[in-house]
Design a protein around this ligand. Structure first.
Ligand SMILES: [Zn+2]
Ligand SMILES: [Zn+2]
Length: 242
């Protein structure tokens, strides 16, 4: 069914490069030039937050300085892109620019980065938006990315597993402690979805990871509600250098 809809869409709207608008043939959504200009994360990365690290892997789990100083509540994490340049523009277009179609290639890239995190029967869930923000934006970009990652991996998705209890102010400009305080208890597991995560491994999806405060709050909510283990996957990772 989905395949038929996709084919119908592609007949009417032939795939164009998300970067420059040229016609493209690949499902990955970018022409060769724009692909090379997009900051995909490859090679050695921090196993907790997905930032690129220098050197080659030696088979052991490795973490960046940030994750060693402030251990994450989740098990492992990955990001598809660095939040800079073309990737930053794409994330902003998906979030504020009413370009929901970007979630499809975004989910493809995320599924590729998520390979080391995937476990059998893992449940995928997006970080929730408060309904007031959902009304303004029409869609939750993280939920669209979660659906796309679900289609790529074949894993089940629970779009409303988590809910925002109250609207939280924008976190930009806040310190790590302020972010954590603002988010404490802001995210919880939907009482009617709780049974789906009991003793299960979970893959939390968000569009961007900055300090990781939102993903930490969501992880704690899942672990408190009985999840076995939580992994996180984002489209783009903000780094200090970027
Ligand atoms: Zn292009
Ligand atoms: Zn890290």
């Amino acid at each position: 069914m989905w395949q038929q809809i996709q084919t119908a869409i592609e007949t009417v709207y032939p795939p164009r490069c998300l970067g420059c608008g040229d016609l493209v043939t690949s499902d990955f959504g970018l022409c060769g030039k724009c692909w090379r200009d997009t900051p995909f994360i490859d090679g050695t990365v921090c196993d907790s937050c997905g930032v690129p690290l220098p050197g080659a892997r030696d088979g052991h789990r490795i973490e960046c300085d940030d994750c060693m100083t402030h251990p994450r509540p989740w098990s492992d994490g990955r990001a598809a892109l660095l939040y800079t340049g073309r990737a930053r523009r794409m994330v902003l277009a998906l979030k504020h620019g009413d370009r929901p179609e970007l979630a499809r290639p975004g989910g493809l890239w995320m599924a590729r980065s998520a390979a080391p995190l995937l476990r059998p029967n893992m449940l995928i869930a997006p970080v929730p938006l408060h309904w007031s923000r959902l009304l303004r934006r029409r869609y939750n970009q993280s939920a669209l990315l979660a659906q796309s990652v679900g289609r790529q991996t074949g894993l089940p998705v629970c779009p409303d597993l988590l809910v925002r209890e109250r609207a939280t102010p924008m976190l930009e400009g806040m310190s790590t402690t302020q972010r954590a305080e603002t988010l404490a208890n802001a995210i919880s597991v939907h009482p009617r979805r709780r049974h789906r995560l009991t003793a299960r491994k979970l893959l939390l999806i968000d569009d961007v990871m900055t300090s990781g405060a939102t993903l930490s709050a969501a992880t704690w909510a899942c672990l408190d509600a009985g999840a076995d283990q939580v992994f996180v996957l984002v489209l783009a990772r903000v780094t200090r250098e970027a």
